[in-house]
Design a protein around this ligand. Structure first.
Ligand code: PRP
Ligand code: URA
Length: 211
């Protein structure tokens, strides 16, 4: 298997919309709407290789061969809370996806991810999981989520995020090279308190208006 690990999706629509998001003057509604739009575009890219199967239907004039996605519906796994901001964008593309939740917060001193909630499908081992979180900074949250999914038997995992820091990418590549992460941007670095530069600031606060 070829390990891809982190894919920076270069597309004019994504780059334009991410440029809009970098403006700290956006209000909550604007930030949420653009986040959702980028999430749809990243979902499109992250599902490019889903397997298809052929079936025959009665078309308007004659029998016609069509294609449908093979296998069980995929599971979207938003990391609470900021992942919720990307969920509807994914669901616009894949309305029948299952949704599982993992609740984590970053300890501000250690930057470790602390788990406070999880609710997974009991057949997660038969489904592909797409982790949804706008920010990949130290990657501690993403790695904790991958570990929870793998410990529950999930074998096929990928992730979408708005912005990723090189420090976090390196960790994912070392620990979980089988997990492909699709990001709208690989940014420059983390600052001394673990925020991505140039980044977006605190994505959860900007999505939910808590600051
Ligand atoms: C943010 C973000 C990621 C995490 C990324 O969540 O949504 O989950 O930080 O940082 P990391 O890569 O260093 O782990 P936060 O803990 O601020 O919680 P929130 O979503 O509730 O705002
Ligand atoms: N979480 C955020 O919301 N923003 C960052 O830059 C890093 C972690």
């Amino acid at each position: 298997m070829i390990a891809i690990a982190v894919i920076e999706v270069k597309h004019p629509l994504i780059e334009h919309k991410l440029g809009l998001l970098r403006n700290p003057g956006l209000n909550t509604k604007e930030f949420r709407e653009i986040t959702s739009e980028i999430a749809s575009l990243l979902t499109y890219e992250a599902t490019r290789d889903l397997p298809l199967k052929e079936k025959t239907i009665n078309g308007w004039a004659e029998e016609t061969k069509v294609k449908e996605i093979k296998g069980k519906k995929l599971v979207a796994v938003p990391i609470l809370r900021a992942g919720i901001g990307m969920l509807d964008g994914l669901l616009k593309m894949i309305p029948s996806a299952k949704v599982n939740f993992i609740g984590l917060y970053r300890d501000h001193e250690t930057l470790e991810a602390v788990e406070y909630y999880s609710k997974l499908s009991n057949d997660i081992q038969e489904r592909m999981a797409v982790i949804v979180d706008p920010m990949l900074a130290t990657a501690n949250s993403m790695i904790k989520t991958i570990e929870i999914l793998k410990n529950n038997g999930c074998k096929k995992i990928r992730a979408i995020c708005l912005v990723a820091a090189p420090e976090g990418i390196k960790k994912i590549q070392e620990k979980h090279p089988d997990v492909d992460v699709y990001t709208a941007s690989i940014d420059q670095c983390l600052n001394d308190v673990g925020y991505i530069l140039p980044g977006l600031g605190d994505a959860g606060d900007r999505l939910f208006g808590t600051k």
